[in-house]
Design a binder for this molecule. Structure first.
Ligand code: UD1
Length: 392
């Protein structure tokens, strides 16, 4: 029988692993043939708001094993995950290890499994930014090189894998598990109180509630954007100019918060540190809030006029939501969000960010009907599980 070890370590992993767990449980119910599985949390992300909140929001069962590695340099974090994960594999003897995405936990666990002769399954394979300065790009290339099952989210990925000599019979086009999660939770997110909490809804008892202002959501956490003081300063200058026209709301990632404090940038922002006395968002300003759980974040982005981000997953989510997206990077590993979706790549220079944002706002003055890339239909996880079960 197939014994599958599922690995999740960092925030975006939880969003991807949730529908896979559900699809396995569904398969076990609907087929006689069982799949045994257990979930390993590496502990790469450990804060309540970066981890537990996602398990709760997405209904992920508690992990069976927590490696509790925590934060460290890339080498130490990756090595520590490997040391601890090897012990788990030796004890549990999985037949397959399934990793998702491109974080340090992904490559660390894939490498351990591969060296022990355990089959490696990579979900979200083949994405390439062709930028080796990105730690995730190294993780992607290496994980794919040692994987036995490569599940891709878009056809471009197949081409990338072919060019790296990956045999065609290892590649499966299954769709996008992150979109499985989005489609499943869209309705539930409507119940989130986040718009109220931030004072974004009118509170007149006579009128139907509506947004008091358009707003922009920004997420930023890439080392290339926030670890270099001059680059980060230029981005903040762009945001300051944009926020004269439309308020910007930033759920602040822990890495970004550390840099803001270290570089003395805190005065550029309005802070929402006390949930008991929330601020009201007015028409101008850059507002910082704590990282949000999945449902609150989905509700906030679903109602945004525009999203600025350096995340990969958010480029995909805005595509499905039909919300214009400006990517604060020089490249993307998810080209379909540009060719078919709502995304533009602005780079990280002040003028380019401002220009791209205002042209996106002009282009998307009226809401657009989202264009759905092939197989981003909410069924990717089921396809993956069917394929794996068929092989076992
Ligand atoms: C990691 C991923 C990145 C992903 C991101 C999502 C890698 C190489 N990078 O980047 O691809 O987009 O997660 O968030 O795996 N910290 C906390 N609490 C936490 C986690 C982190 O305070 O729960 C702080 C620590 O100071 C830590 C820093 O954030 O050093 C960075 O965390 P880390 O996991 O190393 O990388 P991310 O920048 O989050």
């Amino acid at each position: 029988m197939m014994k599958l070890c599922l690995v999740a370590g960092a925030r975006p992993n939880f969003v991807k692993i949730a529908p896979i767990v559900e699809a396995i449980n569904y398969y076990r119910h609907s087929h006689n043939k069982g799949i045994e599985y257990y979930l390993v949390h590496t502990g790469q992300h450990y804060d309540e708001k970066m981890s537990k909140l996602f398990f709760n929001d997405l209904g992920i069962p508690p992990s069976d094993i927590d490696l509790e590695v925590g934060s460290a340099s890339h080498a130490i974090q990756t090595a520590e995950i490997m040391k601890r994960f090897e012990k788990v594999c030796l004890k549990e003897k999985p037949t397959h290890v399934l990793v998702v995405g491109d974080v340090n936990s992904t490559i660390a666990c894939a490498l351990v499994a591969s060296k022990l002769g355990i089959k490696v399954v990579h979900v979200e394979a083949g994405l390439r930014s062709f930028d080796r300065d990105m730690p995730e790009e190294i993780n992607r290339v290496l994980t794919d090189a040692i994987s036995d099952f490569l599940f891709i989210t878009e056809e471009n990925a197949r081409e990338n894998l072919r060019n790296e000599g990956i045999p065609e019979n290892k590649i499966y086009f299954a769709g996008n598990v992150m979109i499985d999660t989005l489609l499943k939770h869209k309705q539930k997110a409507l119940k989130s109180e986040i718009l109220n909490t931030l004072g974004l809804l009118n509170d007149s008892p006579t009128e139907k509630s509506h947004l008091i202002t358009d707003y922009c959501v920004l997420t930023i956490h890439r080392p290339s954007n926030v670890d270099d003081k001059t680059t980060f300063q230029g981005i903040i200058e762009a945001l300051t100019e944009i926020s004269q026209q439309i308020p910007i709301i930033i759920p602040v990632h822990p890495r970004t918060l550390n840099r803001i404090n270290e570089f003395g940038f805190a005065d550029s922002f309005i802070w929402h540190s006390n949930p008991e006395s929330p601020f009201k968002i007015s028409t101008t300003g850059i507002y910082c809030i704590d990282p949000l759980g999945y449902l609150d974040f989905l509700q906030l982005t679903s109602h945004a006029k525009i999203v600025l981000t350096d995340s990969g997953g958010i480029q995909e989510e805005t595509t499905i939501l039909g919300i214009p997206c400006v990517t604060l990077r020089e490249n993307t590993e998810r080209p379909i969000t540009v060719t078919q979706g709502t995304n533009v790549i602005a780079g990280i220079k002040k003028e380019n960010i401002i220009k791209a944002t205002f042209s996106q706002l002009a282009l998307f003055k009226e809401p657009v009907k989202p264009s759905v890339p092939p197989l981003w239909d909410g069924k990717a996880s089921n396809r993956i599980v069917e394929i794996l079960a068929g092989e076992a």
